[in-house]
Design a protein around this ligand. Structure first.
Ligand SMILES: [Zn+2]
Length: 253
């Protein structure tokens, strides 16, 4: 890959380690190698053993840094501490370290990792992420950004009650940081009030993103959250964090 490195994945790991400060452990999921270069995909578990389980991930698309920043901020601001009575929270700060460092959507091998969750021979990053689904999650949240979007929006798949009752709470929380994309079509899909109305039948699709795989593995609700890089990083981070808090809170009502 010829793209120059513009960000440092080790810097992100250092920030996370510093923020954790012994309150939680980073655990390696596995190493990704490209020639002499190697990165370890890390996971962090907080509230281990609690009955509610969430998986929050970012950086599957390397050119969408706000999600990675949001996971750092979650730890630096201690945002999750109030949920750790009830939730076991798994954080994957960056699924695509090579893309993150170079600002590319794809990994070092030119693969869009979020298109390979149904592939017979997926990239190693995808194999490592799939290994997290040995046990059930109540909630999975994937943090993305969409350069073509004028505001925040999301995809969702899950149980009927959650599909109906979660979106208004998330939209209300996000709006404090960033406007919602109110277009009737977003990313070539019909949308309403910032929620994509998914029309594809997963069984009929040739490829799956991570969210559809998560749902197929029994996760109760799976959301792909998209912020807009039209706004400053601070707003994009706050929008993601507000969405995460609203989702975690909903399960505790
Ligand atoms: Zn993305």
């Amino acid at each position: 890959m010829e793209n120059k490195r513009t960000r440092s994945y080790p810097d992100i790991l250092f920030r996370l380690q510093s923020a954790l400060n012994g309150a939680g452990e980073m655990a390696p999921l596995g190493e990704i190698k490209n020639g002499t270069e190697a990165h370890t995909i890390q996971s962090i578990v907080l509230g281990q053993g609690n009955s509610r389980r969430a998986l929050i991930s970012a950086g599957i698309h390397g050119d969408e840094p706000a999600g990675v920043e949001a996971i750092c901020a979650l730890l630096e601001r201690r945002t999750l501490s109030e949920y750790l009575q009830d939730w076991e929270i798994h954080l994957i700060p960056c699924i695509n370290p090579f893309g993150y460092e170079r600002g590319t959507r794809e990994n070092h091998d030119g693969q869009d990792l979020n298109r390979h969750f149904k592939s017979a021979n997926p990239p190693r990053e995808v194999i490592l992420i799939k290994s997290l689904f040995d046990s059930l999650y109540d909630l999975t949240l994937e943090l993305h950004e969409d350069i073509d979007s004028s505001g925040y929006y999301f995809y969702q798949t899950g149980e009927a009650e959650l599909m109906k009752n979660l979106p208004p709470k998330i939209l209300h929380a996000v709006q404090k940081a960033m406007p919602i994309n109110m277009d009737s079509e977003i990313d070539e899909s019909p949308a309403s009030g910032g929620v994509i109305k998914r029309i594809s039948d997963p069984d009929a699709m040739d490829w799956w993103p991570m969210a559809l795989y998560a749902r197929s593995q029994g996760a109760r609700h799976c959301m792909t959250l998209e912020s807009s890089p039209a706004f400053p990083m601070e707003k994009r981070v706050d929008a993601h964090i507000n969405a995460i808090q609203a989702a975690l809170m909903h399960f505790l009502m």
